[in-house]
Design a protein around this ligand. Sequence first.
Ligand SMILES: NC(=O)C1=CN([C@@H]2O[C@H](COP(=O)(O)OP(=O)(O)OC[C@H]3O[C@@H](n4cnc5c(N)ncnc54)[C@H](OP(=O)(O)O)[C@@H]3O)[C@@H](O)[C@H]2O)C=CC1
Ligand SMILES: O=C(O)CCC(=O)C(=O)O
Ligand SMILES: [Mg+2]
Length: 413
Amino acid sequence: MASHIKIPPAGARIVPGQPVPDNPIIPFIEGDGIGIDITPVMIKVIDAAVDKAYGGKRKIHWMEVYAGEKSTRIYGPDEWLPQETFAALKEYAVSIKGPMTTPVGGGIRSLNVALRQELDLYQCVRPVRYFKGVPSPLKHPELTDMVIFRENTEDIYAGVEWAAGSEGVHKVVDFLVKEMGVRKIRFPESSGIGIKPVSIEGTERLVRAALQYAVDNDRKSVTIVHKGNIMKFTEGLFRDIGYKVAQEEFGAQPIDGGPWCHFTNPKSGREITVKDSIADAFLQQILLRPAEYDVIATTNLNGDYISDALAAQVGGIGIAPGANISDRYACFEATHGTAPKYAGLDKVNPGSLILSAEMMLRHLGWKEAADLVIKAMEAAIGDKKVTYDFARLMDGADELSCSDFGDAMIARM
Ligand SMILES: NC(=O)C1=CN([C@@H]2O[C@H](COP(=O)(O)OP(=O)(O)OC[C@H]3O[C@@H](n4cnc5c(N)ncnc54)[C@H](OP(=O)(O)O)[C@@H]3O)[C@@H](O)[C@H]2O)C=CC1
Ligand SMILES: O=C(O)CCC(=O)C(=O)O
Ligand SMILES: [Mg+2]
């Protein structure tokens, strides 16, 4: 297949484990739907922050790679995720992507999930914090300050499922009924079946990353969120292994006989509490008692729901960033999707993708540029220069387009 990726001549590769060059090549996927609006604005804002912070000494060399609908236009009708895109995301190690469409029911499987699985990006890290002035349904949105660690490669997102009525589902149901003695499938003839794998290794590495994050960032607690009362051998396993990692690898000791436990942060000397919460109760607690939660470690589906719910508490998914991280690669992306009704209107909030890029700058160690992005975001919102999603809930706001919001940020760096 012909190559469509143009490698920027002046840039250098980021090699995991080696110092980040001053001129890194960063692959980006524009994304479907509103990707066309937010991705160029993100690039413009990040370039301005890097230029302002380092006066030309550092510069990102952006390299477009293709996935999703744009890829099918460039490579051919069935080329949703070309092999050379995977290869580039691996070769250049750090990347950023816009959202991609996944049809409901039939059609292609999620390209977003496929990328996470292929690159083994097992941590989905989504910080949720409040920016002063953002409209929120809560009286005290500033009390919400959490970082979600969502397991990103397992659970029902693994895509092991069979459609109702298919030959595959009949075989699976037959096996379950005849060989495993299963009697609890209510309508065996008309069920679709999905499998939920949750492993010890997958849980260990995710919870380890969450605990290490709490240590490195002096956070006060890690809450394991699960539905282990019902799904004992998957969600329940996640909880049990989570506590085991805390005890065996971080020296956590039970509180009042357990299962909650705590350990002293070796870096700050402060206590870190490790606790758990059942997912449904957790969703009401984060609204009513957000200050009691800090770092969250959870399974894939729970993490998906919790991400959007928590984002809403601090103003919505227009301002909800994220990162997908493995031991070798990182691919940054917003929490929201393609919001198709707004595609191409230059209307939506580019904040989520810009803040995802801000996480990327910190990942590179470019703290000064990252700080400028935060300062500019705070200043634009503080001046009530906001996109439609905030403007509709704010008194006296000046509603800006997506691109004008980017420019408003740049003017405030
Ligand atoms: N990582 C990814 O690539 C993801 C992809 N998706 C995919 O995206 C598609 C659409 O999903 P959908 O369920 O509609 O969810 P979306 O997140 O795309 O949009 C839902 C609503 O959220 C608000 N919203 C989303 N993005 C922004 C933004 N940047 N600024 C302001 N408001 C925003 C809008 O609210 P309002 O209408 O109130 O203005 C929008 O209608 C699906 O195919 C889904 O699979 C979904 C999530 C993640
Ligand atoms: O892949 C998708 O289409 C949806 C993914 C999603 O909702 C998420 O990662 O938060
Ligand atoms: Mg989601």
